[in-house]
Design a protein around this ligand. Structure first.
Ligand code: FES
Length: 156
């Protein structure tokens, strides 16, 4: 997705040029485009007077942000203690093997992005896998693999 710098400027303007506005600005850009492009990073750096290297470190610190575009379907596998011990690690490994991508990567056809995420505060129904905005509770590697094998180019 091409980044419209006018939109980025509008976002920056809406939060003002204060230090507390940096993360909300980045979140809004991530929400709008699904990642923080080099162009957007440069614009934020310039407008908010944050050196590019520092900005990259800040963005890298939070796993909410990505430097690369995400796929149409984002699979988030919880790796919190409860989910991990209940099979979340195996589920992540099976999905990774099934899609032939590592966590943090996007499939070559841009259908799936696989992410490992910390506790989603849904421990009571874990292990949890979230595909786009839909939560799959009590998930198992087999259930998620079955779901992905039925994928037919529409969103899950
Ligand atoms: S550990 Fe997965 S939701 Fe809490």
């Amino acid at each position: 997705m091409n980044v419209n710098l006018n939109n980025v400027d509008d976002i920056i303007r809406s939060y003002g040029k204060n230090p507390g506005g940096l993360i909300p600005v980045l979140l809004k850009i991530e929400e709008l485009y699904g990642y923080i492009s080099e162009e957007a990073l440069s614009e934020v750096s310039d407008k908010l007077s944050v050196p590019p290297l520092r900005l990259k470190k800040i963005i890298s610190f939070y796993n909410t942000f990505s430097f690369t575009p995400k796929a149409r379907n984002v699979i988030r596998v919880c790796q919190g203690c409860n989910c991990s011990s209940g099979g979340g690690q195996l589920t992540a490994a099976k999905i990774s093997e099934f899609l032939n991508i590592k966590p943090g990567e996007t499939s070559p056809d841009e259908s799936f992005t696989l992410e490992l995420v910390p506790c989603q505060r849904l421990c009571a129904v874990g292990p949890v896998v979230i595909i786009n905005d839909k939560v799959y509770s009590h998930s198992t590697a087999d259930k998620i693999q079955q779901l992905l094998s039925e994928y037919d180019s529409s969103e899950l």
